[in-house]
Design a binder for this molecule. Structure first.
Ligand code: NI
Length: 167
């Protein structure tokens, strides 16, 4: 297993649209393992392959307090959505920044697990937020895109500056 490098906003590679996984094979299972380890290492609750510069439709998540219930979503699609909720969101690609975003309150999705088995999931609340946030990554979107232009510019400036001082 390996800890992967997480791309930081406004890195343009975060804009790449991920392709569906054609076969859930050992290379995908290794990617899932590495992404899960990377997510735990960074203390995140979700990570999309886009964020580690792999442009395939793969997401890992773990919303449990014990950090022992990893969830894998490969080629996820939203079949139904309902209602609205607003939640403060953060992102491993936008360090130390949180802002409220409006999302559907409940969703029904289908996805493949790491064995390539299709499953359906009904999610609401934080789990629904997390899935929608990560699916946005696969579409080349970041939660910052929902904020005002002014806020987007501020975050960009701050993170570009932060990247320079870290080099
Ligand atoms: Ni994110």
């Amino acid at each position: 297993m390996a800890i992967l490098e997480i791309l930081v906003y406004p890195d343009q590679r975060l804009r790449t649209v991920a392709k569906p996984v054609e076969a859930v094979d050992d290379s995908i299972r290794l990617l899932v393992k590495d992404m899960t380890e990377t997510m735990y290492d960074a203390n995140g609750i979700g990570l999309a392959a886009t964020q580690v510069d792999v442009h395939k439709q793969v997401i890992v998540m773990d919303l449990s307090d014990e950090r022992n219930q990893p969830r894998v979503l490969i080629n996820p699609t939203i079949n139904e959505q309902d209602g609205e909720q607003e939640h403060d969101e953060g992102c491993l690609s936008v360090p130390e920044y949180y802002a409220p975003v409006k999302r559907a309150e409940s969703i029904i999705i289908t996805a493949l697990d790491e064995q390539g088995e299709i499953y359906q999931l009904e999610a609401e609340g934080l789990l629904a937020v997390c899935i929608q946030h990560e699916m946005d990554h696969l579409a080349g979107k970041v939660f910052v895109d929902y904020l005002s232009r002014l806020k987007q510019d501020r975050i960009k400036k701050k993170l570009v500056k932060r990247a320079r001082t870290n080099d």
